[in-house]
Design a protein around this ligand. Structure first.
Ligand SMILES: O[C@H]1[C@H](O)[C@@H](O)[C@H](O)[C@@H](O)[C@@H]1O
Length: 536
C-alpha cells in the first residue's frame, strides 16, 4: 500500500486561511512521516482487544434493555405491586447511576489508565446484578439498579475511548461501531430473554437479571490479557510498553515506524501540556473551555450526542410496547422486539459503512431521514383516535395511520442506528489526546443527562402536547440536528487521531476536512479497501 499522499494545499484559494494552512502543510507532512505505521497491516490482536472491550458495550445494552420486560413480570416480588412512579424510579435511576459512573470513569482514566475504570465497571456490574436478583424489597432493587448504572456509565464512557485509542486508523470507525453493535445486541438479547420469561409468573425475572452477572466476569478475565492504550502508556512515560503494544497492533511495522508513532503521540500531548498524566482535572477542564479549537471539538462531539438522545430514540426503546399498544396492536411486546431487532441489524450496517462513506456523509442522509420519519409519524398520529388526556384509544378502528406509525418508527430506528447512534460514540476521535478522557466524560454525561430528560418527559409530552405534538417535537430536534451536521460536522474518516486536532483549528473545519479527504482520496480508498485483516 502506498504511503499517505500529502500534497500541499497550495491551490486552496481561501485567502483568510492561507497563512494557517501553510503552517498545517508542514505539520501534515511531518505527520505523514510519523504515521507511516498506519500503512502497515493491522493485526488480529487489535480486533481481539476491541471485541473484548466491547463486552462492556454488551453490558451497557443488556442492563438498560431488560428493565421494560422485568417491570411487566416482577408483580409483587418486591413485596407489593410497583406504582407508576416506583416503576419510573427503577427505570431512570440506572441513567442517574450511569451519569455518576461516567464522571468517575472520565476522572480516573488519565491518571490510572483506561483499563482500571473497566475493571471497576466489572465489579459494580456483578454487585448491582446480585443486589437486584436477590431483592425482596424496593430499596434494595433500586440500589441494585443504581449500582449497575455506575457500570453502564463507566463502560459507555471508556469502552469507545479505549477502542479508538488502540485501533489502527483505517479500522477506527468500524471498531468503535463494533462496540455500539454490542450495545444493541445486548438490548436485543435482553428483550428476547425478557419476552421469553414474560409468561413465567413469580421469580422468572430474577433469571433475566442474573444472566447479566456472567459477562462482567468474562470481561475482567479477558481484559487482563489486553495491553493498556499506547497513548496512555506514552503519556505516563512507559515507552517500552507502548512500543510493545504498537508491535502487537501493527505486527509488520519496523522499530523506526513504532518509534515515530510514539514521537507523534508524544508531540501531540506535549504540544499542549507538560505532562498529561500529572495535570489536574481543573487544568484539563480549563484547557477545554479556554482553547477555542479544543472547545469546538468537544462541543461538536457533545452536540451530536445530544441530537442522538433528544431525537427521541430511547422513548421507543423504553416505551415501544406502551406505544404499540396505544395505536392498537394486540401483541405489543412482540411488535416491540421489532425496535430492538431493527436497531441491532442497522448497527451492523453502520459498522460496514462508517469507514467507507465517512461519518459526515452518513449523518447527512440519516439525520434527515430521522426528521422525515418523525414528521410523517406526527401527521399519522393525528388520524388515530386517541384521547390525549388518558392516552387511550377512543375507537378500535385505527387502520392505515397505525400501520404508517409502525413503518415510520421502523424506518426511523433504521436511520438512527445506521447513523447518529454509533457516530455519537465515534465522536471521541474528535477530542485531542490531552483532554480526551475528560472530553469523552463530558460526551457521556451529555448522553445520560439528555437521556434522562427524554425518558422522563415522554409520557407527559404525549399527554400535554398530544402524540402528534410530541413526535413533531422530535422531528424539530432532528431537523436542527441536520442543520448542525451540514454546517459544523467535519469528515474525519481515515485521519490519524493526532492529525484531527488540525481540523478544529479552522472553525469547525468542514471545508478543511473536505479538502483533506480530497487530497488523501487515494490513501483513504486504500484504507476503505483494507477490509478486516485477520491474517497476521
Ligand atoms: O440503542 C442504543 C441506545 O439505547 C443508546 O441510548 C445509544 O447511545 C446507543 O448508541 C444505541 O445503540
Amino acid at each position: 500500500m502506498s504511503t499517505i499522499n500529502n500534497k500541499e494545499f497550495k491551490d486552496v484559494k481561501d485567502d483568510v486561511f492561507i497563512d494557517k494552512l501553510e503552517k498545517v502543510d508542514t505539520f501534515s507532512d511531518e505527520q505523514a512521516e510519523l504515521d507511516n505505521i498506519e500503512t502497515t497491516a493491522a493485526s488480529k490482536a487489535a480486533w481481539l482487544i476491541a471485541m473484548t472491550v466491547s463486552i462492556g458495550g454488551f453490558l451497557f445494552g443488556y442492563d438498560t434493555g431488560y428493565i421494560s420486560s422485568v417491570l411487566v413480570t416482577i408483580g409483587t416480588s418486591l413485596g407489593h405491586e410497583l406504582s407508576t412512579s416506583e416503576q419510573e424510579l427503577v427505570t431512570s435511576i440506572t441513567s442517574g447511576g450511569a451519569l455518576v459512573g461516567a464522571v468517575f470513569a472520565g476522572l480516573v482514566a488519565d491518571k490510572y489508565g483506561r483499563k482500571m475504570p473497566i475493571y471497576a465497571a466489572c465489579v459494580v456490574f456483578v454487585i448491582g446484578t446480585l443486589l437486584q436478583a436477590a431483592a425482596f424489597h424496593l430499596p434494595q432493587f433500586a440500589i441494585g439498579r443504581f449500582v449497575v448504572g455506575l457500570g453502564v456509565g463507566s463502560a459507555a464512557c471508556i469502552c469507545p475511548l479505549f477502542i479508538a485509542e488502540i485501533s489502527p486508523m483505517r479500522y477506527r470507525g468500524r471498531m468503535v461501531a463494533f462496540n455500539n453493535m454490542s450495545v444493541t445486541l445486548g438490548q436485543l438479547i435482553a428483550s428476547g430473554i425478557g419476552a421469553g420469561f414474560a409468561h413465567v409468573k413469580g421469580d422468572g425475572w430474577r433469571a433475566t437479571v442474573a444472566i447479566g452477572g456472567a459477562p462482567p466476569i468474562i470481561l475482567a478475565v479477558l481484559l487482563y490479557f489486553c495491553p493498556e492504550s499506547p497513548r496512555q502508556l506514552v503519556a505516563h512515560g512507559r515507552m517500552e510498553l507502548a512500543e510493545a503494544c504498537l508491535l502487537k497492533i501493527y505486527p509488520t511495522s519496523t522499530t523506526q515506524m513504532r518509534q515515530a508513532k510514539i514521537r507523534s503521540i508524544e508531540a501531540s500531548i506535549h504540544e499542549q501540556t507538560g505532562s498529561m498524566a500529572d495535570e489536574s482535572l481543573w487544568k484539563t477542564s480549563k484547557r477545554i473551555f479556554t482553547t477555542p479549537a479544543t472547545a469546538r471539538a468537544v462541543f461538536t462531539a457533545c452536540a451530536i450526542m445530544a441530537i442522538s438522545q433528544l431525537g427521541g430514540f430511547n422513548t421507543l426503546m423504553y416505551y415501544s410496547a406502551t406505544l404499540f399498544g396505544l395505536v392498537g396492536f394486540s401483541n405489543a411486546t412482540a411488535v416491540a422486539i421489532v425496535v430492538s431487532g431493527t436497531n441491532f441489524l442497522f448497527s451492523i450496517v453502520n459498522l460496514v459503512l462508517v469507514d467507507r462513506f465517512g461519518r459526515r456523509g452518513i449523518l447527512k442522509v440519516t439525520v434527515l431521514g430521522m426528521a422525515i420519519c418523525m414528521l410523517i409519524a406526527a401527521v399519522s398520529f393525528h388520524y388515530i383516535p386517541i384521547n390525549a388526556k388518558t392516552l387511550e384509544l377512543t375507537s378500535n378502528v385505527t387502520g392505515w395511520p397505525a400501520i404508517m406509525v409502525l413503518i415510520c418508527i421502523i424506518c426511523y430506528v433504521a436511520f438512527f442506528s445506521s447513523g447518529v447512534a454509533t457516530i455519537a460514540w465515534i465522536g471521541t476521535e474528535l477530542i485531542p489526546t490531552e483532554v480526551r478522557a475528560v472530553g469523552t466524560m463530558l460526551n457521556t454525561v451529555t448522553c445520560w443527562s439528555t437521556n434522562i430528560i427524554i425518558s422522563s418527559t415522554f409520557l407527559s409530552m404525549m399527554k400535554g402536547l398530544t402524540p402528534s405534538g410530541a413526535f413533531g417535537f422530535y422531528a424539530c430536534i432532528c431537523s436542527l440536528g441536520w442543520v448542525f451536521v451540514m454546517f459544523c460536522y467535519p469528515e474525519c474518516k481515515g485521519m490519524p487521531l493526532e492529525a484531527i486536532r488540525e481540523v478544529f483549528q479552522r472553525g469547525f473545519g468542514v471545508r478543511y476536512s473536505k479538502q483533506w479527504q480530497k487530497e488523501n482520496a487515494a490513501f483513504a480508498k486504500a484504507n476503505a479497501k483494507g477490509n478486516v485483516n485477520f491474517g497476521h
